[in-house]
Design a protein around this ligand. Structure first.
Ligand SMILES: Cc1cc2nc3c(=O)[nH]c(=O)nc-3n(C[C@H](O)[C@H](O)[C@H](O)COP(=O)(O)OP(=O)(O)OC[C@H]3O[C@@H](n4cnc5c(N)ncnc54)[C@H](O)[C@@H]3O)c2cc1C
Length: 198
């Protein structure tokens, strides 16, 4: 079996599959994007619209409109209800316009995926935190009679417990496609230096 000094997990929705990462505070949110035919006024769209959801200009006579956002999904099959909700997003954003009526989701064409999202919606990247150990220390703090300022100082000055050599790059949420380049640069500069600092 090959052994390596450093391992980077960038496995998307599977990033929490391992014993060392299952406690990371990051959750899967299902998303369904509907693929709809370019027709009527809608076909003239020349730029991406970001409003209540998003709509792209046509590509190969199809637009994308979406997306749903469902925590801890039970399945990743096509969902008619989410398809219907996608059809309403532009109508809700532009109630006085006619072109949203050209949005037709009846072909049931869509793509379903999972985004991994942290609580503060920031990416989770860098050294893999040993969350069990972190929670143990926090439990000690909860039971202690120390002044709060003592613990504040502790958390500010003590490096977080980590799994040496294990790194994570995930939790890119709904913006992973648009932000991956910056995130990867930040990650490689901060985490993968010859001398690792966290
Ligand atoms: C419906 C939907 C719409 C979205 N729309 C947008 C958008 O418009 N703009 C935008 O910026 N972002 C969008 N996103 C978010 C974007 O897709 C994600 O943020 C991004 O894909 C996350 O990148 P990632 O590399 O962390 O994970 P992924 O893209 O999921 O890549 C992880 C990869 O790791 C592989 N993998 C998993 N386990 C293993 C393993 N054990 N060994 C080897 N390989 C493994 C997987 O096969 C996969 O190829 C959308 C997401 C969804 C679900």
């Amino acid at each position: 079996m090959a052994t390596h000094q450093q391992l980077v997990l960038a496995s998307g929705a599977h990033i929490t599959d391992l014993l060392q990462t299952k406690q990371l505070q990051i959750s899967g949110f299902r998303g369904q994007v509907s693929h709809i035919p370019a027709q009527g006024e809608l076909a003239q769209l020349a730029t991406v619209i970001c409003a209540n959801g998003y709509l792209t200009p046509q590509h190969n006579k199809q637009h994308c409109v979406g997306a749903s956002y469902v925590k801890d999904p039970q399945h990743l099959n096509f969902c008619p209800q989410e398809q219907h909700e996608n059809s309403l997003k532009m109508k809700q954003s532009f109630p006085h316009s006619n072109w949203p009526n050209d949005i037709d989701v009846s072909n049931s064409d869509a793509r379903v995926g999972v985004r991994m999202v942290s609580r503060d919606h920031f990416p989770v990247m860098g050294c893999a935190t040993d969350v069990d150990e972190l929670f143990k220390r926090y439990a000690i703090q909860q039971q202690s009679k120390d002044k709060p300022s003592q613990w504040q100082r502790y958390w500010q000055t003590t490096p977080a417990p980590i799994y040496e050599g294990l790194y994570v790059l995930g939790g890119l949420g709904s913006r992973g496609l648009s932000s991956w380049l910056t995130r990867c640069r930040m990650f490689s500069r901060k985490s993968l230096r010859p001398t690792v600092t966290c």
